[in-house]
Design a protein around this ligand. Sequence first.
Ligand SMILES: Nc1ncnc2c1ncn2[C@@H]1O[C@H](COP(=O)(O)OP(=O)(O)OP(=O)(O)O)[C@@H](O)[C@H]1O
Length: 932
Amino acid sequence: MTEATGIVGEFFSLKEGTDADLLAMQCGDFYEFFGEDAELVSEELDLKVSQKSSHGSSYPMAGVPLDDLTPYLKALVERGYRVAVADQYETDSGHAREVVRVVTPGTLLETSDADAQYLAAIVADSSAGSADDPAYGLAFADVTTGRFLVAEAGDADETLTELYRFDPVEVLPGPDVRTDDDLLNLVRERVDATLTLHDTEAFAPKRATHAVRDQFGGETVERLAVDEPAVAAAGAVLDYVEETGAGVLASMTRIQAHRGDDHVTLDATTQRNLELTETMQGEREGSLFATIDHTATSAGGRLLKEWLQRPRRSLEVLERRQESVAALSTAALARDEIQDTLGDAYDLARLASKASHGSADARDLLAVQETLGVLPAVADAVASNPELADSPLSGIVDRPDRDAARELRETLEEAIAEEPPSTVTQGELLQYGYDDELDEVIERHDEIKGWLDTLAEREKRQYGLSHVTVDRNKTDGYYIQVGKSAADGVPDHYEQIKTLKNSKRFTTDELEEKEREILRLEERRGDLEYDLFEELREEVATRAELLQDVGRTLATVDALASLATHAAENRWVKPDLQRGDRLDIDQGRHPVVEQTTEFVPNDVRLGPAAGAAGQERASGRADEDRGFLVVTGPNMSGKSTYMRQVAGIVLLAQIGSFVPAKEAEIGLVDGIFTRVGALDELAQGRSTFMVEMSELSNILHTATEESLVILDEVGRGTATYDGISIAWAATEYLHNEVKAKTLFATHYHELTGLAERLPRVANVHVAADERDGDVTFLRTVRDGPTDRSYGIHVADLAGVPDPVVDRAQDVLERLREEKAIEAKGGGSSEPVQTVFDVSSGQFRGPANADGGERTNGERERSERDPHRNASRSEGGSRSSSEGTSDGGDPNETLDPDAKRVLEDLEDIDVNETAPVELLSKVQEWKRTLEEN
Ligand SMILES: Nc1ncnc2c1ncn2[C@@H]1O[C@H](COP(=O)(O)OP(=O)(O)OP(=O)(O)O)[C@@H](O)[C@H]1O
């Protein structure tokens, strides 16, 4: 195919010169795809394929009109393709074509998504970190807004954390990273980004440093104070943006270092577990962000999301935000007014990028003008409310150069027409009075237009004609149309051009001359306006930094007003932020669950007691220093919700938000770490236990004394004894070595004993009430451990058939009575594991585990109440009601499926089976019983 000549040959040779997946080549008024590209595009976008013959061969061809390329490009890039665009231009000898741009996920400007669209680069730093786990330098650029950041990560985990936080759409791995399959696989797994191999030389430190200096100024590298790999990553990103021809370098006006130290560490797992921006099921609805987002603008929403993903550690920064939120939450009317005003604002940072790229049209500049006008309106609203005027908001609205913003707004106001068209080549973009030459053209144009508008009237009067109209169309140009009845009476100088059913069309020399002039003027006006508009657009592009400043200010006010709205509408309070270890939340609630549930508030207290009388709430012991809470309670009681609520409140406090509580004192944390159930990973085919342990390992390595750690059922991915041992050891380590504030929910009641041994460990439990076999969840957290798990009750609630529930109850009671786990061998001081032989209902010691004499447990199963099953049979399943009223062996009367389930149940060794496995067993039994 590559031997094709002519236009197809040109296509293939241009395609060969680019590493893009697809090429769209301009051919006159169309962009065409040929060969395989045509087939692929037609499949993806439902385009019609035709055949193009070229020198005896035929090639598939698909095309889109010139002006329609953008939506097709967008759709292809969003499907992960990189698309090269070749434009046609005139030469002395005809046409030539050249690739002017490669559009990729990270360089697509035409996005309709409000989220940031980061392009990232990762460079390994083998001089730092260990040889097999080096440090990394990272750069993130959002071409749609011009935002540019560099960051450093100590190891691969931190790299993934940053990637997850910025959620890039395209990643450029540096030369060393390309060969690191483990890291690349993790990147692929964690972020939904296209991986692009960009020219290795662009990552070379010298070249990259040059690029960074050229773009951001001579002192940049020193100012950023980051190591070479981060600069290399930034340089590679700049090079890539330039090479792909996105043309937005002008809007990249600033580079900032994103420092982990300024932010709360939130590893990728924690961001996911806390459902910050999407739920575990991947839905936006139900996430913390969706719950608290009341922003009026897309830039405000983007900023609020960024705050959630990057909570702060600086008390000063947070207190400033809090003060603004506090002022806005009480000044309800002013807040409404500000939010209304913000409703008129457009996304200035994105408009600045479009102006730099040269794709902004007159409506975009009008949007810039209108949005610049929002700033003084917001500033006035702030100034005229004493509470807001006294808050840090006054400083925020004064931060951009307000005079420069006003001047640019006035320039645009004088220039842009009130309702400009979306095309920029056909005039009517600019106002009268903006340019003398243009004014002359407009005046002359208006004059002729006036002459044309009154021509019909004049002709009627002068020649006594009725039914005369003057109009214009593409084929006839301007014409005088006369009704049939009057058409015979037209003067001689009328020249007939067309006969219609009820009328005739004429022209005159004078009309033709005016037509020529008006066409000439229109063309002149189009050219002149385009030139003037381009100058104006360039002027706007040079003010990119100002636009970004104003955009950021409006977004900040929007995000703060959103926090204030949520606080006011949901009775949230301002937390008292402090340095130190205290965490004292009075009647806290879960920020998301409280929206849909009658929520029972709960207290939490961790860290040193204040000693004041008021601190006796949660524990009743004001003097203790508790740093580690073991949270027990029945299944479904609310343990996870309680712990997530604590993490959520701390996180909200550290973005400057109010929190769902009656009162809260919060010692700032440097990181929030969570490890919660990993059932979701099972679906991805990873070992649950392996995932659980690597997450635990990460926490034990990374958390510090100032961190908050949430562990939900660590150890349940393995057999009970292993699980308990791991949970026990992890608790000791977190308590003694790491000293992080920790909440640990567990079903291992053995762990509650740790409170006796470790001074800062305390037990709390989520209470449930059991009366006559019915369990009521109270959702209240109380001090002390719980004694039971009520798991069987939950199995019952979930619809597990009665015989299974009853049998489980039976086994449980026996285990309790016989204290199986605590049993000791006869006379020996060594603990001996005892096996409960479910078929005989007896306990056996290890020596005779194969069926010998029993050493523990005297009571025979037959001694037990044989009617137990019958007592639950009312309304129960068929097998239970058939079974047990005659006092014989209940199993005898069961059908074969139910028997098989019971046999299975008997075979299973509860202590040596992972809970997850048990759960799937129960599901299998349930299915078997339901099917018959
Ligand atoms: N304080 C509360 N007020 C009202 N509803 C609550 C409260 N806490 C939890 N719930 C609700 O109770 C249900 C169970 O909560 P959760 O999942 O936290 O229980 P759990 O004890 O962690 O369960 P398991 O041990 O089975 O994992 C959820 O539907 C939750 O919305």
